[in-house]
Design a protein around this ligand. Structure first.
Ligand SMILES: C[S@@+](CC[C@H](N)C(=O)[O-])C[C@H]1O[C@@H](n2cnc3c(N)ncnc32)[C@H](O)[C@@H]1O
Length: 390
């Protein structure tokens, strides 16, 4: 019970990470570089935001004219509906407005819109934002926000981490363009991976390594403080279905023979050949930069490959997870030997790609089946070189 409460608290807290302005700028600039008119004449919706101080709202309001936007809509979630409770103080911006309502300030969400010059300075910018309380709490699943989704062309946000699957499904109910932040590991979800396979969603422009730094509201869980702001590093990445240039860059690769001779990775250099999975028809490629340029068959690569994936260079065939269902072998129940030698009966060897070992490895979790030894690998994306179209 206590553990459940702890997990709930952690999940709630993870829903409250705030995106930095320069991260938004770096990501969005790439879509504009690829297509300068990508937002022209478009209505952009920023849901799950906190418009008074959200960098998403600021960034798009600042660039409203440059991007040629038709309308910007940004909505927030009611303070009382949030799972994570922190001290709440309405901003001066809100309290000094005649619309301010003591009850609605915590019970209702807010909507900010920008579409025309309100101040009469012949510019459309942050000063022209108009706001109201929403009728409801701003839950993206409510009919009120669904209506806004339906009237918009592009949806951009860092949604609550705990509701990522639901949020993505909510977008996919429509055929909208989107740019989202999510946890790197969500690419293995059965709701997400097929979208990568079918080139309906891909990595954003920002590289995956190093995670992302967010402002956090929890003073007890801080990785560093920058200019007095508490920051947390999270394994988050950008996802989109809007095209950008990095997506079409090919990964520079060596031949299999050269990898085996010159690779900088000890797992490859000096070996006679790449390892072959015991339960899939594919070779194991432990690093994306070790993909052999001249191998025609199927290859299993770490999920971080998706950060570098170009659809012109590779075809994604599947992922080594039970639901993919392409295993060539089903193991009977196994004995798992943990790093400290503890043995237990399990069936998890069927959950992913395995390598057969000549002898039991020391100090490393492995599995025994009928006196044979195996290790299991992390999730692997199964890929093939895309054949040149003749
Ligand atoms: C990860 S934060 C990101 C906030 C902002 N988009 C940003 O990146 O700076 C997610 C936000 O969604 C809000 N939220 C949580 N559940 C929600 C829901 N069901 N509907 C709408 N917003 C929700 C959270 O309270 C939080 O403000």
């Amino acid at each position: 019970m206590a553990n459940n409460k702890l997990t709930e608290a952690k999940v709630a807290k993870n829903d409250e990470f705030y995106t930095q302005y320069h991260d938004i700028e770096k990501e969005i600039s790439a879509y504009l570089e690829f297509n300068p008119d990508v937002f022209r004449g478009k209505t952009v919706l920023l849901p799950c935001d906190d418009p008074e101080w959200s960098n998403f709202t600021k960034y798009f309001a600042h660039n409203f004219e440059r991007f040629g936007l038709k309308k910007l809509i940004s909505t927030s979630y009611a303070v009382e509906s949030k799972n994570y409770k922190s001290v709440y103080q309405p901003t001066l911006f809100e309290t000094s407005n005649p619309e301010f309502d003591k009850i609605k300030t915590t019970k209702n969400g807010k909507i900010f819109t920008l579409s025309h010059d309100k101040t009469g300075d012949h510019k459309v910018n942050v000063d022209d934002l108009e706001w109201h309380y929403l009728a409801g709490d701003g839950d993206f699943r409510s009919s009120e926000i669904k209506k806004l989704r339906d009237e918009s062309d592009v949806i951009i946000t860092n949604p609550p981490f705990s509701l990522f699957r639901e949020f993505l499904a909510w977008i996919l109910e429509t055929d909208k363009k989107f740019v989202l932040i999510g946890n790197k590991n969500c690419v293995t979800y059965k709701e997400v991976f097929p979208l990568f396979m079918e080139n309906k969603m891909w990595s954003g422009r920002t590289e995956w390594s190093g995670g992302m730094w967010f402002e956090t509201k929890d003073p007890n869980d801080v990785d560093k403080v920058i200019d007095g702001v508490n920051m947390k590093n999270v394994a988050s990445v950008w996802f989109s279905n809007i095209d950008h240039g990095r997506r079409h860059e090919h990964i520079p690769l060596m031949t299999m023979a050269d990898n085996l001779k010159y690779s900088k990775h000890k797992e490859i250099k000096g070996k006679k050949s790449y390892d072959y999975y015991d339960n899939y028809n594919a070779i194991e490629v432990p690093y994306t930069d070790s993909i052999p340029s001249d191998y025609d068959g199927m290859m299993g690569v770490p999920i971080t490959f998706l950060d570098k994936y170009s659809p012109e260079q590779f075809e994604i065939v599947g992922i080594t997870k039970t639901w993919f269902g392409a295993a060539t072998k089903i193991y009977p129940p196994q004995i798992q030997v943990s790093a400290n030698g503890k043995k237990s009966n399990v069936t998890k060897l069927n959950d992913g790609a395995t390598l057969k070992l000549d002898s039991p490895p020391h100090g490393q979790t492995h599995y025994m089946v009928d006196n044979e030894y195996f290790t299991q690998l992390y999730a692997r994306v199964l890929i093939k070189h895309r054949k040149e179209k003749k």
